[in-house]
Write a protein that binds this ligand. Structure first.
Ligand code: AMP
Length: 569
């Protein structure tokens, strides 16, 4: 069985294609959404998902979230004093947890997966995702662009033929725009664009900044220690504004109440700085596909943050139509991943769906341009594969050395859309020696540079000196490289040796983390009550008596619900 995984910035999901349909698999708490959060508890044991998310507020120093934004970066996440992880390793822990959920559900070992990535993920980030899967003991059978997955879920769901979709995917940390066309069972990605540092989190951040600005006699430094508390308030406020005309953020510090009431229209005004950033990739995708907004048949919104009325209103205004929202925006991508997993496993029910995809950005090399005679401009980007070329693709360009006395040529590989390479992302470099036979006439030596881009979005560069039969292959030296089997083994061992709690204790851990989160949020009398409740619950857990624990779980859950309900007054 191949599983389909939506490895999200905020939440992750796992689904399978079974009996002709996609089924979402619940985690050990019975939930379909597993927060992409990892924490280390006081015993040094690893928590993943809801219980880790609760600890974002009570134990921020021991907890990591939103790490998808740092895939392939050198950033290290320090969790407590004893643990340090890369974003790849943290993602591997989330993947391991989803794998375990699928195995518990299916009653069999799972080794293969289709994993979704933002369309705008670059080569390094895609490779980092593959590395994470390997560390989790999963073989990636296909990396699938998230909007493509979402469109597949919609396309199959509605059985629309000859239809042009615009998929707008606003997750916690990424915004992806994809234009797809479905005709005669063939789904073609016509264009994709996006911004991988724009998401629901930015709206939360605006609320945090808005709140701080409103508080008299305090400055940003004052709020520094309370940022994670404020984040929780801002997140709740943002969600509340999805259903209500107004919401309040409030926080009590040293018996002083700081609060801010915000209306939906004030929120809309606050979000204005983000609007242009949404407009740019949408315009770019439509222009690249040589389409007009009017010719779109459907606009599909996916990702939890598209629930926000401010976002929906903006899109309706921008695109002149109401978007389709038939599927749960949190589940659409995972459903698409499961469909793709079914396709990979060659499930007969999906035979007729063929998928084509495009390169989401241009890739090329830096060149020197002769602007006028003897006047040169260096570092000019020369694209070999242009943005939105249908993939897999292989393109070749011929270059010539600039000077006769040159002994070597260095090719720097870049991706991006800027004219000058310094504004693009460098992927790697390759130095080609000019053969001795060409000494003094290097300028006449044609050098063929071939770029091959596969369906997983991985780039291979081959350089061929046509006159001398010499061949070079690209060695990507920057960013995430494919790990050697030894490196994967080391990481896998590191993760396997971490202490984790048994699956059947997941609910207890989650309740404890939730109680501790409430303790961190409250003060005074409520804190005393919570402290007593936590102390009592811990002694029940220590008793290891399943019957007592079950009874305690139900009692404490009721008490915690009461505390949480009071939140809204
Ligand atoms: P994803 O990465 O797709 O899980 O997106 C999660 C993002 O959606 C986060 O930024 C959440 O704050 C946001 N989100 C989820 N539900 C809501 C809601 N009801 N109203 C506003 N934002 C939401």
């Amino acid at each position: 069985m191949i599983i389909g995984i939506d490895l999200g910035t905020t939440n992750s999901l796992v689904a399978i294609w079974q009996n002709g349909q996609a089924t979402l698999i619940p985690n050990s708490l019975g939930e379909k959404l597993t927060p992409s959060v990892v924490s280390v508890d006081k015993d040094g044991a690893i928590l993943v998902g809801q219980s880790a998310k609760e600890r974002l507020i009570s134990h921020p120093e021991q907890t990591a979230s939103v790490f998808k934004r740092f895939m392939s970066s050198q950033k290290n996440f320090r969790l407590g004093t004893s643990h340090q992880f890369s974003a790849e390793e943290l993602s591997a822990l989330v993947l391991k947890s989803l794998k375990a959920d699928a195995e518990a559900y299916l009653g069999e070992v799972v080794t293969d997966a289709v994993i979704t990535v933002p369309a705008y993920f670059n080569d390094h980030q895609r490779q980092a995702t593959k590395n994470a899967a390997q560390m989790a003991g999963l073989t990636v059978r296909r990396l699938l662009n998230e909007p493509t997955a979402a469109a597949m879920a919609y396309g199959l769901h509605e059985q629309n033929d000859d239809c042009k979709f615009l998929v707008l995917d606003l997750g916690g940390g990424t915004f992806d725009v994809t234009l797809l066309e479905l005709f005669s069972g063939i789904m073609e990605v016509r264009a994709s664009a996006g911004d991988n540092s724009l998401g629901g989190e930015d709206f939360t951040e605006l609320l945090i900044q808005g709140f701080i600005k409103q508080q008299q006699d305090t400055d940003a430094a004052f709020w520094q220690p309370y940022l994670s508390l404020l984040h929780g308030e801002a997140e709740a406020c943002k969600r509340s504004l999805t259903h209500n005309k107004q919401a309040t953020m409030s926080i009590t510090i040293d018996e002083t109440l700081y609060s801010w009431q915000i209306t939906d229209s004030k929120f809309e005004k606050l979000c204005e700085p983000l609007f242009q950033r949404f407009r740019d990739p949408i315009e770019r995708a439509i222009r690249d596909a040589k389409l007009r907004i009017k010719s779109l048949d459907e606009v599909v919104l996916v990702g939890g943050a598209t629930r926000m009325p401010v976002f929906r209103q903006l899109m309706t205004r921008l695109l002149g139509r109401f978007p389709a929202v038939n599927l749960n925006p949190d589940e659409t991508i995972a459903i698409g991943a499961a469909i793709q997993a079914g396709l990979v496993a060659e499930d007969a029910a999906l035979d007729e769906v063929i998928l084509t995809d495009v390169a989401p950005y241009s890739m090329g090399v830096d060149t020197t341009l002769e602007i006028r005679e003897n006047q040169y401009q260096h570092g000019v980007f020369s694209p070999i594969i242009e943005r939105n070329t249908v993939i897999p693709t292989s393109k070749v360009h011929t270059f010539y050395p600039m000077q006769d006395n040159q002994t070597e040529v260095q090719f720097n590989i870049y991706q991006g859309e800027a004219r000058l390479t310094r504004d693009n992302i460098k992927l790697g470099e390759l130095t080609v020696a000019i053969p001795a036979s060409h000494r003094g006439k290097a300028r006449q030596l044609p050098i063929d540079v071939r770029f091959s881009y596969d369906v997983n979005g991985l780039l291979e560069v081959d350089i061929n000196l046509s006159d001398s039969q010499e061949n070079y292959n690209l060695l990507i030296q920057n960013g995430a490289k494919q790990l050697s089997s030894k490196e994967i083994e080391n990481s896998r061992d590191k993760l396997a040796n971490l202490k984790t709690h048994p699956r059947d204790q997941a609910q207890n851990r989650s309740i404890l983390a939730r109680a501790e989160r409430l303790y961190a949020q409250r003060l005074g009398f409520e804190r005393d009550q919570l402290a007593r409740l936590i102390g009592w619950y811990e002694t029940v857990l220590d008793s290891q008596d399943p019957q007592q624990i079950r009874k305690a779980n139900s009692e404490i859950s009721k008490s915690l619900e009461q505390f949480e309900r009071d939140d809204w007054f």
